[in-house]
Write a protein that binds this ligand. Sequence first.
Ligand code: MEV
Length: 438
Amino acid sequence: MKTPVQGFSKLSKTEKIDWIATNCTKDPKNTKRLLEQYWNANPKVQKLHDEFIENTISNYYLPFAIAPNFLINGDYLAIPMAIEESSVVAAASKAAKFWLERGGFKTEILGTEKVGQVHFIYKGDKEKLSGFFNFVKPELLKSVASITQNMEKRGGGINNIELRDLSGKIEGYHQLHCTFETLDAMGANFVNSCLEQFAKTLKEQALSFDPFTDEEKNIEIVMSILSNYVPNCLVKAEVSCSVSDLGNADMPPEKFAEKFIQAVNIAKVEPYRAVTHNKGIMNGIDAVVLATGNDFRAVEAGVHAYAAKEGQYSSLTHAKIEDGIFKFWIEVPLALGTVGGLTSLHPLVKLALEILQNPTAKELMQIVAVAGLAQNFAAVRSLVTTGIQKGHMKMHLLNMLNQMGATETEKQQLVTYFKDQTVTNASVKEALEKIKSE
Ligand code: MEV
């Protein structure tokens, strides 16, 4: 691309494709063919996807897979996952099966509070601001009545509005720190609409608050936005069994439990390890969050902030042995929705939710936490026993063979061959070349 393009969003889809193919790719004909190949055959479905975002030219596929056999609070669930990493679904399924035979996963909701803030600048007398806040709080609530009406009917709404003084950090900086219950909605639109109205009412009411001087009346709103840090929208998932039930072919169960707990404790005290440890957890969490049409960026941001809440980035999971019982659990903040957003629009999201038995947001929080815990269990189990590469490279074998241009017969032959061989890029290349030369 040598020059910027004017009015790209106004071009038709075909014109956009023409422009991108000719200006940004070496083989425009092939680019067009590829983009069209990934369109949905049903024009109605394609139009739906085109309209999710701006400037859509095709679809970007991710595998949509199932990790079956999760036993959660006594119920069986097959968990849909959307993810590109080859070993994730296999690892989740393996962990599900392992715990299926040991009582399954237990979960608990610890809170469902969402947060939003109006950030503003007020440099006047602080006592007057407190007085103003007490006066304006009922007005703030009244001003959003039309927005909160439906949510309140269903048992949700605004939990609290608090005035926070942060002028020690930035001159004049204050907040309305607001908390919400958004039930089955992730709640971003609800929260942001309430906040923007609070900001308007705050500003307007300050103008006619007599105790304020003219300068004090001029509260400056900086911004109004929900926070993706939701430490009180929290879920716990846990597995446990007696240490002797942790049967493992590679080492005695006591040794396995000890090494497993050591690995978790290392992730608790050592940020380099904690980041990778938690990344493994997010392999499970993001895959379900994505499959159910939720905002994985919001979840990621909130989860990592939570992992650093004590001032140092640390493990989201915990493990211990108590009276001969091995316990492994996760506590994780998850702001999720099962209504609104993409949930009723994206056909595969609808299907994912149906496969999960149309959960409430609270139920989905529990399922997602379980997926994270299962994933972490599988990863740490491999790490402290066989090492991660064995399973990972086995799962990656097909990707490698596809990349090397193996035929279906060659793939079949090599998958069988590598059942008891070490998979590396070099060993696969060599084996494929050998078959081809034969
Ligand atoms: C790979 O995607 C995730 C792991 O690195 C997680 C971990 O090390 O715990 C295997």
